[in-house]
Design a protein around this ligand. Structure first.
Ligand code: MTE
Ligand code: MOS
Length: 774
C-alpha cells in the first residue's frame, strides 16, 4: 500500500474548508498554463484580423492582394472561404464571422491574415483596401429608439395597475438615469489555437466559458459534424461573461485558418483589438416615474429602459430579460410596468458581463429609492426597509415568483449594527458642516439576485469521475475555470464523497470529449450544477465500492463507513486505495458519469411569468466615501459587506468573489468609462484611457463577512449559494455614497450619471450649484 496515503494526516471535511485555489501555487509562480502558454506546434501559423474602419457601410469590394503579398503571409481567409455557416451568433444567426457586403461597426472582422509570425500577420492586415459606401450610423440607444432600430422586439411586463397607482399617488418623482457599459478587462485576452488532427478532425484550445458552444459553432463554420471537433480549456485568465458567447468568434477564425492552410493556427487578440472587436456590458438609459406615499412606500412605478445591444442580438435578449427581472432588487413592486427596448446600434455587439443585466435593473430601482427618500427628507435606509419584500405577504415578484427565502431584513439589521451606520451618519453630517471642499457621504444598499439561467433548458450539467487502481481520482465536469474557484469547490465535493484527501484528486481541463453538451459556466451556477453532477458521479462509484466491500468481506452494507482515507468494513479497516485495488481485481467499474438538472424552475418567456430562479442570493454593503468638490476626485474610506453564500462551500474562495465582485462593480460605477466618438470609434481601448480599479483604490478599511448559520433552504449542493455575480451589485452603495456626499439641503437629489467619474461628479456639482445659489 502507498505509504504516503497511510501516513496522511487526519483530515477535516473538505467541503466548507477555506482551501486555497487549486492553482494558486501555479498562478503566483507563473507556472499555470493559459492557452498562450501551451507548447506551440512546430508548424504553427499566426492569425490577425482585418477590421472595419467605419461604423456602417455597404462594402463595394475588398482588395486583399497587398495583404497576401506582404512578407511572412501564407494565406488570407475571407467570408467566401468559409465552407459552412458564416455565423457565430449564440442564439440568432445574425453575427457574421467575416462581414461581406455590409459592415456594421468599427472593428467588425472582415478577413484574417495568416502568417509565419504574429508581427507579420498584424502588419499585413493593415494593407487591405476596402471600398466603403458609408451609411448613416446609429451610435446611441436613444437615437435607436427614435429610429425604431432594434435587435429584438421591445418587451413589456405589467403587473397590477401602475397607471392608476401613479395617478393616485400623493407623491411622484420621475427622472432619466444613465448608466455606462463596461469592458470585461480579463487579464488574458481572447485567444484560440486550432490544430488539425488526422482524418479531418480538429482540436481547438480556446479561452472560453462555453466549450460546447465553441465546438458547435466551429463545426458549423468549418462544415464538420460536432464529433470531429474537440474543444479544451484548462483555465481562463478571467472571463467575466466576455468569453461566454464571443470566444466562438476567435475560435472560428482560428479553425477556418487552420483548415485553409492545413497548419495549426493561433489567434491572440492584443488588448486594443480585443476591446474594439468584442462586446461589453450594455449601457442603459432608463426613464422612471415613481409614485409613493408619505412614508416612502412605492405605490406604483414605471420603467422604460433602452439598452445598447450593438449590431446583433448575441445574448442581448436574456441580458435585457434579466434587467426586467432585477428592477425590483429587494423591493416589492405591486403596480409596475417595465418596457424594455433592445436597441440596435452601429457599435460592437454587447454581451454577458457579471450580473447579466441585473446590475442595470438594480441601478434604476436604487436610484428611484434614493429619490423617494431625498424628496421626503428621510434617510434612504428607512425607505429601503419600508419597501423590502415581506416574508409571508408582499412577497411576489413582478414575474410572479414567490420569494420564499427572504433574509434581507436580517442582513440589514446585522450590517447596520456592525458598521455603526447610524453613528457614522451623524459624524459625517458634523464633518460636512465643518468642511467646505471635502464632503463625505455614506450609503447602504441591498442585493437580491436570482440564481439560475432564465432559459430553463440551460440548467443542466454533467461530470465524469475516474478512480484509478492506486486510489487516486481524476475529476472532470462541464464547468470552466476562470479564476472563480469552481474547480477547487467541485474537488472538495468529490473528496468528501470518497472521504479522501483533496490532494488525491486531479482536476482536469474542460474538454468536450469528456463531458458533452455542457452549458456555459455562467449565471453564477457553476458550482451549484457541476458540484451536484460530480457528487452524483462519485456517489455511483462509492455505491459500487460499498456493494463490493459488503460481498467481499461478508458484512452488511450498513456496516461500511468511508472516512479519513479509509473504509471501515465491519471490524476491519482498509485504506481507500486498498479497497479500490480489490474492487478493480474483482472487475468493478471505477468510472462514472453524473448528471444534474436544477429542480423546481419553470418559466414562460411569452408571459414573463413563472419560476425562473431556483432561489435568491442576498447581500448588503455600506460604503463611505469622501469627495473633493473642487476636482471631483473621490476615495472610499470604509466598506462593510455582509453577504449570503448559504453554507459556504469554501469561505476563502467566496470572500475573494465578494471582494472582487464589489471592486469590479465600483469600477463600473465610478471609473470605467467607454467613450465613442462621432464616427463610432471607441476611444477608450487600452488601460491608458480606460480606468479599471487598482489595489490603491481599495478602501483602507474593507470588512467582508459571510452570513453564518444560514443554509440555503433549497436543496442545493451542501446547502450553499452561488456567489459569482451577486456581489458586483453591492457596489451600488459606493455610487450612492458619492451622491450622498454631493447632496445639500438645497440640492438633495443631485443629477449624477454613472460612471461617476470626476467629470460626472463635477457636472453634478455644477447642476447643484444653480440650486445652491438660489
Ligand atoms: N471570478 C473571477 N476571478 N474571474 C471571472 O472571470 N466571472 C464571474 C464570476 N466570478 C469571474 C469570476 C462571472 S460573470 C460568473 S457568471 C461566475 O464567476 C461564473 O462562475 P461560477 O458559476 O462558477 O460562479
Ligand atoms: Mo457570467 S455574466 O453569467 O458569465
Amino acid at each position: 500500500m502507498d505509504a504516503s496515503l497511510k501516513s496522511a494526516p487526519k483530515r477535516a471535511a473538505a467541503v466548507g474548508a477555506a482551501l486555497p485555489h487549486d492553482s494558486a501555487h501555479l498562478h503566483v509562480t507563473g507556472q499555470a498554463s493559459y492557452t498562450d502558454d501551451l507548447p506551440e506546434p512546430r508548424d504553427l501559423l499566426h492569425v490577425a484580423v482585418g477590421m472595419s474602419t467605419v461604423a456602417h457601410a455597404n462594402v463595394g469590394g475588398i482588395d486583399v492582394t497587398p495583404v497576401r503579398d506582404a512578407p511572412g503571409v501564407v494565406d488570407v481567409c475571407l467570408a467566401a472561404d468559409i465552407p459552412g455557416a458564416n455565423n457565430f451568433g449564440p442564439i440568432i444567426d445574425d453575427d457574421p464571422i467575416f462581414a461581406t457586403d455590409l459592415v456594421q461597426f468599427v472593428g467588425q472582422p472582415i478577413f484574417a491574415a495568416i502568417a509565419t509570425s504574429v508581427d507579420a500577420a498584424r502588419k499585413a492586415v493593415r494593407l487591405a483596401s476596402v471600398d466603403y459606401e458609408e451609411l448613416e450610423a446609429i451610435l446611441d440607444p436613444l437615437s435607436a429608439v427614435e429610429k425604431g432600430s432594434f435587435v429584438l422586439p421591445s418587451e413589456t411586463l405589467v403587473r397590477g395597475d401602475p397607471e392608476a397607482a401613479l395617478a393616485a399617488a400623493p407623491n411622484r418623482v420621475s427622472r432619466r438615469v444613465e448608466v455606462g457599459g463596461q469592458d470585461q478587462f480579463y487579464l488574458e485576452g481572447h485567444i484560440a489555437m486550432a490544430i488539425p488532427q488526422e482524418d479531418k478532425c480538429l482540436l481547438v484550445y480556446s479561452s472560453t466559458q462555453h466549450p460546447d458552444e465553441v465546438q458547435m459553432l466551429v463545426a458549423h463554420a468549418t462544415h464538420r459534424p460536432a464529433n470531429d471537433v474537440t474543444v479544451i480549456c484548462r483555465r481562463m485568465g478571467g472571463a467575466f461573461g466576455g468569453k461566454e458567447s464571443q470566444a466562438a468568434l476567435i475560435a472560428c477564425i482560428a479553425a477556418l485558418s487552420a483548415d485553409k492552410t492545413g497548419h495549426p493556427c493561433k489567434l491572440r487578440l492584443d488588448r486594443d483589438d480585443d476591446m474594439i472587436m468584442t462586446g461589453k456590458r450594455h449601457d442603459f438609459v432608463i426613464d422612471y416615474d415613481v409614485g409613493f406615499d408619505d412614508t416612502g412606500r412605492i405605490l406604483g412605478i414605471d420603467f422604460e429602459m433602452a439598452s445598447r445591444c450593438g449590431m446583433s442580438a448575441d445574448l442581448s435578449g436574456p441580458v435585457n430579460d434579466r434587467a426586467m427581472f432585477s428592477c425590483d432588487n429587494a423591493y416589492f413592486l405591486e403596480n409596475v410596468r417595465i418596457l424594455s427596448h433592445r436597441c440596435k446600434t452601429n457599435t460592437v455587439s454587447n454581451t454577458a458581463f457579471r450580473g447579466f443585466g441585473g446590475p442595470q435593473g438594480m441601478f434604476a430601482i436604487e436610484y428611484a429609492i434614493e429619490d423617494i427618500a431625498r424628496a421626503l427628507g428621510k434617510d434612504p435606509l428607512e425607505v429601503r426597509r419600508r419597501n423590502f419584500y415581506g416574508k409571508d405577504e408582499r412577497n411576489v415578484t413582478q414575474y410572479l415568483q414567490t420569494v420564499e427565502d427572504n433574509v434581507i431584513d436580517e442582513i440589514f439589521d446585522q450590517l447596520v449594527a456592525s458598521s455603526d451606520y447610524q453613528e457614522r451618519r451623524e459624524d459625517i453630517s458634523a464633518f460636512n458642516a465643518g468642511s467646505r471642499i471635502l464632503k463625505r457621504g455614506i450609503s447602504i444598499t441591498p442585493v437580491k439576485f436570482g440564481i439560475s439561467f432564465t432559459n430553463t433548458l440551460l440548467n443542466q450539467a454533467g461530470a465524469l469521475v475516474h478512480v484509478y487502481k492506486d486510489g487516486t481520482v481524476q475529476l472532470n465536469h462541464g464547468g470552466t475555470e476562470m479564476g472563480q474557484g469552481l474547480y477547487i469547490k467541485v474537488a472538495q465535493i468529490v473528496a468528501d464523497e470518497f472521504q479522501i484527501d483533496i490532494g488525491n484528486i486531479r482536476i482536469t481541463a474542460a474538454d468536450t470529449s469528456k463531458v458533452p453538451n455542457a452549458s456555459a459556466t455562467a449565471a453564477s451556477s457553476g458550482a451549484d450544477m457541476n458540484g451536484m453532477a460530480a457528487k452524483k458521479a462519485a456517489a455511483k462509484i462509492r455505491a459500487r465500492l460499498t456493494e463490493f466491500a459488503a460481498k467481499h468481506f461478508d458484512v452488511a452494507e450498513a456496516d461500511i463507513e468511508f472516512g479519513d482515507n479509509e473504509v471501515r468494513v465491519g471490524d476491519t479497516t482498509v485504506s481507500f486505495a486498498q479497497l479500490v485495488q480489490l474492487a478493480w481485481a474483482d472487475r468493478v467499474p471505477l468510472s462514472a458519469t453524473g448528471f444534474y438538472k436544477t429542480p423546481k424552475i419553470n418559466y414562460d418567456r411569452d408571459t414573463f411569468s413563472g419560476q425562473p430562479f431556483f432561489y435568491f442570493a442576498y447581500g448588503a454593503a455600506v460604503t463611505e466615501v469622501v469627495v473633493d468638490t473642487l476636482s471631483g476626485e473621490n476615495r472610499a474610506l470604509r466598506v462593510d459587506i455582509l453577504h449570503d453564500c448559504g453554507d459556504s462551500l469554501n469561505p476563502a474562495i467566496d470572500i475573494g468573489q465578494v471582494e472582487g465582485g464589489y471592486v469590479q462593480g465600483v469600477g463600473w460605477l465610478t471609473s470605467e468609462e467607454l467613450w465613442w466618438n462621432s464616427r463610432g470609434e471607441l476611444g477608450t481601448h487600452a488601460p491608458s484611457t480606460y480606468k479599471i480599479p487598482t489595489c490603491s483604490d481599495l478602501a483602507a478599511d474593507f470588512r467582508v463577512e459571510l452570513m453564518q448559520s444560514n443554509p440555503n433552504p433549497e436543496d442545493t449542493i451542501y446547502r450553499s449559494k452561488a456567489v459569482g455575480e451577486p456581489p458586483l451589485m453591492l457596489a451600488l452603495s459606493a455610487f450612492h455614497a458619492i451622491r450622498d456626499a454631493i447632496a445639500t439641503d438645497a440640492c438633495p437629489a443631485p443629477e449624477l450619471r454613472a460612471p461617476a467619474t470626476p467629470e460626472a461628479i463635477l457636472d453634478a456639482l455644477d447642476t447643484c450649484q444653480e440650486l445652491n445659489d438660489e
